[in-house]
Write a new protein. Structure first.
Length: 334
């Protein structure tokens, strides 16, 4: 009879991979944080601009900074430790302002102003908008602002045009996102602008993110004062993405959802801020951009795959939306 050997507890050693080398000449993204920091915008930005695995090219670097480095309180209840001070902004290409700083200090204003003066990009999320607002960077411009802050922002900075409906507004040098939940959309939008739709979609798939939302879409659907809550469009949107190549009409969408075309159009306006046909066209154009970047398929074939029926129709829609041709876009991003 064989006796089993007594089990002894030993530490389990898992195989590890060496850390990836830093990307050459990365676009440096620095998130400016503060006390009572909400973590969602920070982790969303880190997920987009940080390391996504060896299969996805790394074009960005990401780190945190604060006016006073060290432990900072968070809305989660657990503190975070920030190593870098405002001097980290000296080399930043993009500053993501995620702190709730309604009255920014002169040191913060000077540091952010210096980034903008040398051509850096300022991205303000939720109450972070008060920093570019105080610097006058949004004077005469439309800015996405959280609906709870719109009245206060207008009173403090009357030259700004606050928009409490759009999820984000991008002016190139300054971008604003009204709500923390829009951080992921705005960050993916930046990747799309700088490295093309295919790269942004790969990062989105890696994060299992939902369909990318354009800035014109609504921050939130209005709640009814009476009656039931509005139905979510999630099931319909997933069905549309799976059937881009099919000739789909608003009537088809309404039939899938079990409502009238008029009701469906109202739901899109309330929940997404765009008509259903426009939402579908934007998804088809995003798929077109990805295929132009990743494949050598002719335009006629791409048009069929994304449901734009013909090369002539694709070129017309593409030029109207992006002010360029599919061929020129392919040469730039292939």
């Amino acid at each position: 009879m064989l006796l089993a050997r007594p089990l002894t507890e030993r530490p389990v050693t898992l195989p590890t991979c060496p850390p990836p080398p830093p990307p050459p000449n990365p676009h440096r993204v620095v998130a400016l944080v503060g006390e009572n920091q909400e973590l969602y915008p920070v982790t969303s930005a880190s997920a987009v601009f940080g390391y996504q695995g060896r299969e996805i090219p790394q074009h960005y670097s990401f780190r945190l900074c604060a006016e006073h480095p060290g432990p900072l309180t968070t809305t989660l209840g657990a503190p975070i430790h920030v190593e870098h001070g405002l001097d980290a902004l000296d080399s930043a290409d993009t500053v993501l302002i995620a702190s709730w700083t309604v009255a920014p200090t002169p040191a913060i204003l000077d540091a952010v102003a210096a980034v903008h003066a040398r051509g850096g990009r300022i991205v303000a999320v939720c109450a972070g908008i008060y920093i570019p607002a105080a610097l006058g960077l949004l004077d005469g411009r439309r800015a996405s602002v959280h609906w709870e802050l719109a009245a206060d922002l207008a009173a403090r900075h009357p030259r700004i045009v606050p928009d409490d409906t759009a999820i984000y507004v991008d002016h190139g040098d300054v971008a604003t996102a009204g709500a923390s939940a829009a951080t992921l959309d705005l960050c993916l939008h930046q990747v799309l602008q700088e490295h093309g739709a295919s790269h942004a979609m790969r990062i989105g798939r890696q994060l299992a993110a939902g369909p990318h939302r354009e800035g014109c879409q609504r921050q939130y659907p209005p709640l009814p004062t009476t009656g039931p809550m509005p139905d979510s469009l999630a099931g319909l949107l997933e069905w549309l993405l799976a059937h881009l190549a099919d000739p789909i009409t608003v009537e088809d969408m309404a039939a899938f959802s079990g409502v009238s075309p008029r009701t469906l159009t109202r739901q899109f306006a309330d929940q997404l801020g765009v008509p259903p046909a426009r939402w579908l066209l934007e998804r088809r154009l995003a798929a077109t951009r990805a295929l132009l970047e990743d494949t050598d398929l002719p335009v006629e074939t791409i048009a069929t795959r994304v449901g734009l029926s013909s090369a002539v129709n694709l070129r017309r829609r593409f030029h109207t939306a992006l002010n360029t041709t599919p061929a020129a876009y392919r040469r730039s991003f292939r």
